[in-house]
Design a protein around this ligand. Sequence first.
Ligand code: ADE
Length: 430
Amino acid sequence: MTAPQIESDVADLSLAPDGVKRTEWAEREMPVLRLIREQFRRDRPLEGQRLAACLHVTSETANLAITLKAGGADVRLCASNPLSTQDDVAAALVAEYGIPVFAVKGEDTDTYYRHLNQALDHRPTMTMDDGADLVAAVHGNRTDLVADIRGGTEETTTGVIRLRSLAQQGKLLYPIIAVNDADTKHLFDNRYGTGQSTLDGITRATNILWAGKTVVIVGYGWCGRGVALRARGMGAQVVVCEIDPVRGLEALMDGNRVMPLSEAAPIGDIFITVTGDIHAIGRSHLELIKDGAVVANSGHFDVEIDIPALQEMSAGEDRKPNVRSVRPFVEEYSLKDGRKLFLLGEGRLINLAAAEGHPSAVMDLSFADQALAARYLAGPDGDSLTKDVHILPHELDEDVARLKLQSMGISIDTPTAEQIAYLQSWEMGT
Ligand code: ADE
């Protein structure tokens, strides 16, 4: 392999051949993105765009980056989480696909932000975020970049919430497409992707048997719904904790038990946070959780479990937490009252920390949406977008769903002219 001429910071370039194989394996399950890549190669809709992307550096993201490059974009990639980078894929992107990457699995917080700034250093015309850290940096100490930026896209619920709050305060400096809000994104990625990959991460980290366990799921958004669905399918007794009465009711009627976390804490074997909020499992809950329980987070940031409280509750005379690593991604906290609690993946999103994130087949939808959002921003529609958070036009959602169905060999019905007329009329009743 020849040494790359491009700027990058990855763990080990010699891992590139494995990364290529992994990327090609993912590509097999991403037919919609493959089709978009062919169109992009022909039409070059992103010609002239410099695109800074802050995404989990996985084999699926590699396929997206390759697609964006095929469309003419000059892409740079940094990680959207310190623990989610697949080092072989990062190496492959640099050495084989010529895409600058700044990401090393396990990087510390300073390195994480240095990498993020390196991705911004090529003065992007577009940002692509998973959690809004690029936008936050641009709106913080990199406002000099705003003049060049046409717009950005956002992949995840947490990021969209941050960006809507920025927009509501009138402070958003460029338009954003909330890719997360496309139906073909959150109904599939958040639900079936998070559902499967969260159980996968916890299983790989612990090798627990799910059947017969009491699994407490904190949060019943699309991610929580998916995790509950899959945990029930594995034979677990599922308890859902919510703060929203409609979601609480839905969780109940979906067949889960619903109760406050203070009641669930003493009975749960495995706790999973998917709320997007801080300290969903706080000190008062940690006080009540039974000895031997496993606590994991699958929400975007590592704030959902009050880890500082856990550290304090285990600290000895020397004020150091009484914690040891018992397996990769499993830390045993020995609390002063004698209980042991097991924290997975340092409270970071467990599906990407201990497993490989969502399966490629579901990321096919999310990243098809991302690619189409980038094309939309780069094209004439992007010229007139206000500095607000926008959704993808529904026709694009339908195109992605149609292509996915086709790729799976599934066809659906078309309405008759009579049916279309009926739905468009108000005159016809019984
Ligand atoms: N988010 C969740 N799973 C992912 C994956 N496999 N690749 C990129 N981002 C993800």
